[in-house]
Design a binder for this molecule. Structure first.
Ligand code: HEC
Length: 243
């Protein structure tokens, strides 16, 4: 069939989405997607990073997921055509409620006021240059710059970023050679695991809880990473030195 078909398993909803958004704007019926004035953008950003960022790149949110389309690219044309934040908000809200059922984006990941806040945040920042400022700049704590994880009594714990960013809290770790128990606490709700490259040590993928694995390590330097597609490339990787 067409090349398009071969490249993507599902069709981009942007055309239908834009049509829906146009309808909402044209009929003045934007109440469903909330009013920008009453939206809490800080809440919107935090929820976006937690619930959407693992699948979508959006520069202002610092999100790097690659399962879905890059949202800056998705709304570039809409910005150029002067849709305005309101028009884009309607499209995002519609997408949250009614994603294409054949695509891997679940409906209603956020609901009610939260959905309004997320749609408002995306419409405020998608495809806009620059950086989030003020309260938005500190809405989500940076991760990955934490102190190295140090194994104690053969137990090494490396946490997934609790805010849903595709990062480990500790991007470096040390352990001593010998038996190792590896634990990855994950409070984010985003599926992650941890694999120590070139060893059989690999935890299951979990969304919440503590993923565990064990094995024996020789001295040397190892890379650990998340094997969920796109996560390693997004930065979910670190270095383990074993002495
Ligand atoms: C599990 C991965 C996943 C999650 C989580 C996810 N999305 Fe999506 N999203 C996708 C995919 C895949 C598509 C493309 C769907 C299609 O082509 O029909 C998409 C499409 C979109 C689009 C339309 C973009 C375009 O090119 O038309 C928007 C807007 C969007 N998502 C926003 C969100 C928001 C907001 C959230 C969080 C509430 C979210 N997504 C969470 C995977 C995801």
């Amino acid at each position: 069939m067409s090349e398009q078909r071969l490249k993507r398993r599902w069709r981009s909803p942007l055309t239908t989405g834009l049509a829906l958004g146009a309808l909402l704007v044209a009929s003045g019926c934007t109440n469903n997607s909330g009013s920008a004035d009453s939206a809490n953008l800080v809440n919107g950003k935090q929820l976006f990073v937690q619930k959407c960022g693992a699948c979508h790149v959006m520069a202002r949110a610092g999100s790097k997921g690659v399962t879905g389309p890059n949202l800056d690219e998705a709304f570039y044309a809409a910005r150029r055509e002067n849709w305005g934040d309101d028009g884009i908000r309607g499209v995002v809200y519609g997408q949250i409620r009614y994603p294409n059922q054949n695509a891997p984006m679940p409906a209603d990941l956020v609901t009610g006021k939260d959905a309004t806040d997320v749609a408002a945040y995306v419409s405020t920042v998608a495809a806009k240059p620059g950086k989030d400022a003020g309260l938005l700049a500190s809405a989500v704590a940076p991760a990955g710059g934490g102190k190295p994880a140090v194994a104690k009594n053969g137990l090494l714990s490396i946490s997934a970023d609790p805010n849903g960013q595709l990062l480990y809290v500790e991007s470096a770790a040390t352990a001593t050679a010998g038996p190792l128990k590896l634990e990855m606490p994950n409070k984010s709700g985003v599926p992650h695991n941890i694999v120590i490259e070139t060893t059989p040590i690999e935890t299951p993928v979990i969304k919440n809880g503590v993923a565990k694995a064990s094995g024996t390590l020789k001295a040397g330097k190892f890379v650990y990473f998340c094997s969920v597609p796109g996560h390693r490339e997004a930065g979910m990787v670190g270095e383990l030195s074993v002495r």
